[in-house]
Design a protein around this ligand. Structure first.
Ligand SMILES: Cc1cc2nc3c(=O)[nH]c(=O)nc-3n(C[C@H](O)[C@H](O)[C@H](O)COP(=O)(O)O)c2cc1C
Length: 454
């Protein structure tokens, strides 16, 4: 059985340098985020295990998924195969199985015993709201019409012993489900789990049809069914049996709260918004639980989102043309697509479909498939050497983007979008040749012998 604990144990045994255990007392207010920042400045991104957290009896672990290498390890594949492995798992889903008793319910706290003050009171950035946040929170909800469950991460701003703000981005599945409860004048029952094996996190982030059960994608990623248990107050909301902590409650269809500012994945905070309130009615947890955290806007936040978002972009791109070979999300809201095109209009169609289809697609660059989309120098070279801007640049004004984009002038996230077709024309306007040295000449050169002679 795999869970956060078994993953941490494997890292400790097999990738010792990926784990930093910190024994002195740390302040959850700014200090843990500062430690991670300092390490990232030195190109280091280990898992951080804080044994003593000021004002809190629980140990804290952050940055579990802070490197693609660790995600590859969790999926049992090499670094270059993460995208393929993710796609396979999404195709070969494995249904979860329900168990009657579970470690995550070893301790049950309800009523007056509920106190979110028992968790580390984490504040990250100098300009964030002066309120603690829970960021590694995976929210489980059920669609009242389709009865499908949905999993997704949502930042929770602690606003009292048993209340948090919950940020649900417009247009995402949880927001759509919440809208259905609101339309019926009802609160949305939720269970929120904290403490996940990286494969659970990657599965929870699956981005695609709402008909897909994220628990089944997790099974595909693990190669075995995930064991789940009914949460104590909502029997139809399953949570992973071996998670660390579960918050059970409901999101009010009426109450809202001022939430933020909060430094997001873009590296920016975009002010205060009003979000619905999550009322926590019960907390269940394992004995001696570990509290998991993700420092917002840092490496882990980006790395963790990558497989699911690249998979979605690849799927959407291939609906337009089968010639798409690779997708790289090289920066927030920015995708580079490698394409073997069959007509010169194909890149434009691809650009329009992607920019229109997703609020997180703001810039799309299409390159020929002999260009590595992850190699930004190669991409810039293609833009400079294969394109004429008056034909290659497509601007789509006033489209729906994300309000988390700091350049949007309105809180609604309306934005202009940009596409660049950096592919060579199929028929070149004038004869050009690519610098090339004939293979037979290359074959005559013995580099090893040349270097030995030095
Ligand atoms: C660390 C982390 C934090 C996130 N926080 C939020 C959040 O606060 N609100 C939100 O709407 N989406 C958040 N997301 C993104 C959603 O989890 C993601 O869009 C969702 O899993 C996929 O959307 P779907 O359910 O519409 O398919 C976060 C993602 C990560 C990796």
């Amino acid at each position: 059985m795999t869970d956060l604990r078994t993953f941490l144990e494997r890292v400790r045994e097999t990738r010792r340098s990926d784990l930093l255990e910190i024994d002195h007392e740390v302040d959850p207010r700014y200090e843990t985020a500062a430690i991670l920042t300092k390490l990232e400045e030195r190109q280091r991104s280990p898992i951080l295990q804080f044994r003593r957290v000021k004002g809190c009896a629980l140990p804290l672990v952050t940055n579990v998924c802070g490197s693609m290498g660790r995600l590859a390890m969790a999926l049992g594949c090499s670094l270059k195969d993460v995208a393929t492995r993710y796609a396979q798992a999404a195709e070969q889903q494995i249904a979860s199985i329900t168990v009657g008793e579970a470690p995550c319910q070893q301790v049950v706290l309800a009523g007056d015993a509920v106190d979110l003050g028992m968790f580390p009171q984490l504040v990250y950035h100098a300009d964030d709201a002066d309120a603690p946040y829970i960021t590694a929170a995976i929210v489980v909800a059920r669609d009242p019409e389709t009865h499908r469950t949905n999993l997704s991460y949502h930042r929770l701003m602690i606003a009292g012993r048993n209340r948090t703000g919950i940020y649900m981005e417009k247009g995402r599945h949880l927001d759509a489900i919440f809208g259905k409860y609101v339309a019926q004048g009802q609160d949305m029952p939720v269970a929120v789990f904290i403490g996940a094996h990286p494969a659970w996190s990657l599965g929870a982030l699956y981005a695609g049809s709402a008909d897909v059960e994220e628990y089944d994608v997790i099974g595909g990623l693990l190669g075995e069914p995930l064991e789940v248990v009914a949460s104590t107050i909502h029997p139809d909301l399953p949570v992973p049996a071996r998670t660390e902590i579960v918050l059970e409650g409901h999101v009010s269809h009426r109450d809202t709260i001022a939430e933020g500012p909060f430094g997001e994945f873009t590296g920016y905070g975009t002010g205060v918004t009003r979000t619905p309130v999550l009322h926590v009615e019960a907390i269940t947890h394992r004995r001696e639980p570990v509290f998991q955290d993700i420092v917002s806007g840092h490496m882990e936040h980006l790395v963790l989102s990558m497989p699911a978002l690249e998979h979605r972009t690849l799927r959407e791109a291939r609906k337009v043309t089968a010639g798409v070979s690779r997708v790289a999300l090289v920066a927030p809201l920015s995708a580079v697509i490698a394409l073997r095109k069959t007509d010169d209009e194909e890149p434009r169609r691809l650009i329009e479909a992607l920019l229109e289809g997703d609020i997180y697609s703001k810039q799309v660059i299409v390159v020929d498939d002999d260009v590595d989309p992850n190699d930004l120098r190669a991409v810039m070279s293609a833009m400079a050497l294969q394109t004429q801007a008056d034909r290659a640049v497509h601007v789509l004004p006033d489209r729906q983007g994300t309000p988390l984009d700091p350049s949007c002038s309105s809180a609604e996230g309306r934005t202009a979008k940009l596409g660049i077709d950096a592919t060579r024309p199929l028929r070149a306007a004038r004869a050009v040749t690519r610098n090339r040295i004939a293979q037979d000449v290359l074959d005559r050169i013995d580099v090893a012998a040349l270097l030995r002679r030095r």
